[in-house]
Design a protein around this ligand. Structure first.
Ligand SMILES: NC(=O)C1=CN([C@@H]2O[C@H](COP(=O)(O)OP(=O)(O)OC[C@H]3O[C@@H](n4cnc5c(N)ncnc54)[C@H](O)[C@@H]3O)[C@@H](O)[C@H]2O)C=CC1
Ligand SMILES: C[C@H](O)[C@@H]1OC(=O)[C@H](O)[C@@H]1O
Length: 258
């Protein structure tokens, strides 16, 4: 186990990729605070046993982020790892997209990562061990660079996540805090099922752009988070690692095995 004695916060951990990340970090020996705006994560934390806790918070609201950090310090004493995973999407054509919907997606997908990173980094810099004071992992997407026409605020937010990852990395490197991102392709969760896997045609479109010929599993993203959180990634910061079945490497369609 590579994360023994480490402590972590995982946001958006009630389901999907966030829950898979929390489960994997616990398996690697970490104590994990599962955070989500929905209460379902409490049962997941209980199922994970003594190494896990749950805190309900909307991570786009600073006061709730501050309360999340206070609860984690009270439970675990310090914070080594932050996984900024919470995210939403909103489908609308450009001409129909409402300002409030644009603002909401950017607030949850991008501003929350700034709020959580700053609040956690302020605690990490107090640690004595100046070599490895902590690490931050942001959940980006292939859609930071590719695009989905009817998910404008989503793709904009993810492009921002990649830049936030870089600028936070160079800002915190002097403090011994590493910051990286993961860019998943299409992963079999509620978000993707609603957004892009809702019809056979939509699924065919995704698979025609995925050389490995399948969507990913949340656990496959969690494995990368566990790597980035560990000392195996001790010389990595400011990077976005794409785990996408080959989508980012592709500039043509592939035959789909139905
Ligand atoms: N599923 C996919 O194909 C991909 C997902 N991603 C990213 O991975 C992350 C997780 O996505 P999924 O697990 O698929 O989504 P999901 O919808 O299954 O889970 C997201 C979780 O975040 C929580 N959440 C939403 N807003 C929140 C807020 N303001 N405060 C706290 N928690 C909040 C939700 O309650 C939910 O439990 C997101 O950032 C998403 O953009 C990136 C690429 C692909
Ligand atoms: C919501 C998106 O469509 C979903 O999340 C991603 O970024 C993947 O590419 C999926 O399409």
């Amino acid at each position: 186990m590579k994360l023994t004695q480490k402590t972590a916060i995982v946001t958006g951990a009630s389901q999907g990729i966030g829950l898979a990340c929390a489960e994997r970090l616990v398996r690697e020996g970490a104590r994990v605070m599962l955070v989500d705006v929905r209460p379902e994560g409490a049962a997941a934390a209980e199922a994970l046993g003594d190494a896990a806790r749950f805190f309900q918070a909307d991570v786009s609201i600073k006061a709730e982020v501050d309360a999340m950090v206070a609860a984690t310090l009270a439970a675990f004493g310090h914070i080594d790892i932050l996984v900024n995973n919470a995210g939403v999407t909103h489908a609308a054509d450009f001409l129909d997209l409402a300002e409030d919907d644009f603002d909401r997606v950017l607030r949850i997908n991008l501003k929350s990562m700034f709020l959580c990173s700053q609040a956690c980094a302020r605690e990490m810099v107090k640690r004595q061990d100046t070599q490895q004071r902590g690490c931050i992992i942001n959940m980006s997407s292939v859609n930071a660079e590719l695009t989905i026409p009817n998910q404008i605020p989503y793709v904009v937010s993810k492009g921002g996540v990649n830049q936030l990852t870089r600028v936070t990395a160079i800002s915190l490197a002097q403090h011994g805090i590493r910051v990286n991102a993961i860019g998943p392709g299409t992963i079999l969760t509620e978000l993707a099922k609603k957004a892009v896997l809702g019809s056979p045609e939509a699924r065919h479109t995704i698979l025609s752009r995925t050389p490995l010929g399948r969507c990913g599993e949340p656990e496959e993203i969690a494995a990368i988070a566990a790597f980035l959180a560990s000392d195996d990634a001790s010389y990595m910061t400011g990077q976005t690692l794409y785990a996408d079945g080959g989508r980012m490497a592709l500039n043509y369609t592939v035959p789909v095995k139905e």
